[in-house]
Design a protein around this ligand. Structure first.
Ligand code: G3P
Ligand code: MG
Length: 247
């Protein structure tokens, strides 16, 4: 089967919205990314205790909300009562943990695209990958910019592929292993998102020559972003879209 492709991506993608400026993975962070000119954002999703998909990076609530304990042990109802903004700044008091549907609706209103990173809690990899793919296939594919998923978890990506084969996928890595091309091929991933410090010009060329699309995370220095783009990296995922080169 041919590998499903995301649409052509912009040079700059906001990380967890624009997490340098607003509480990560919230609607306020998406707003901020939009205000800074982003046309696409990356955000992380995982499952609540009752199987709902929410925007959250960590497995626990403690760092980014005023709650505590595991996300996987918290229902959506309970999660909704938490403040997800005040930890960042008093200006964001009252910000809530959004659901995937709410984030997709906010993006659709602005004509923006989503790189939905599947960030499963341990032991829920396949369940999370399948749930996210099902949700995006049902609602997101009609978005003005069709979304794509990414993950560090091969299990989650395989489950997403099995549920929604046409949903474009990306493989994330923080270790550059020799078998990356076979892994991407096997998972049907069009894009390879690589940790910034692992990237050099030769690797960008290798990825492109193998027929895959290289993206870089997380890059906050404009000069480095410019270098990566000049080598042929398609998009830079950044906490600070305002520090990136223009154009
Ligand atoms: O998707 C790129 C990047 O977000 C992966 O790392 O930990 O920030 O989700 P993390
Ligand atoms: Mg992420």
């Amino acid at each position: 089967m041919t590998i499903p492709q995301p649409p052509p991506l912009p040079r700059i993608i906001g990380h967890r919205g624009a997490m340098g400026h607003a509480p990560e993975n919230t609607l306020a962070s998406i707003d901020k990314a939009a205000a800074l000119g982003c046309r696409w954002v990356e955000f992380d999703v995982k499952l609540t205790a009752d199987g709902e998909i929410v925007l959250m990076h960590d497995d626990t609530l403690d760092r980014t909300t005023d709650g505590s304990g595991p996300v996987a042990g918290t229902t959506l109802d309970a999660l909704r009562r938490l403040d997800a903004g005040r930890w960042f700044s008093a200006d964001f008091t009252g910000e809530r943990v959004p659901t995937l549907d709410e984030a997709m609706a906010a993006l659709a209103r602005r004509g923006m695209g989503a790189n939905v990173e599947i960030k499963p809690c341990k032991g829920r990899e396949a369940e999370t990958g399948a749930a996210v793919a099902r949700a995006l296939a049902e609602h997101g594919m009609n978005a003005p910019q069709p979304p794509f998923v990414s993950s560090f978890s091969a299990t989650a990506l395989a489950a997403a592929r099995d549920v929604a084969p046409a949903l474009p996928r990306a493989f994330l890595t923080v270790v550059y292993l020799p078998g990356w091309a076979a892994q991407l091929e096997q998972l049907g991933c069009a894009c390879f998102h690589v940790l910034d410090r692992l990237i050099n010009e030769r690797r960008v060329r290798n990825i492109r020559e193998a027929g895959f699309r290289p993206l870089a995370f997380t890059v906050d220095h404009g000069a480095r972003a410019g270098q990566l783009l000049s080598w042929g990296v398609e998009s830079i995922i950044t906490n600070y879209p305002d520090r990136m080169p223009n154009g």
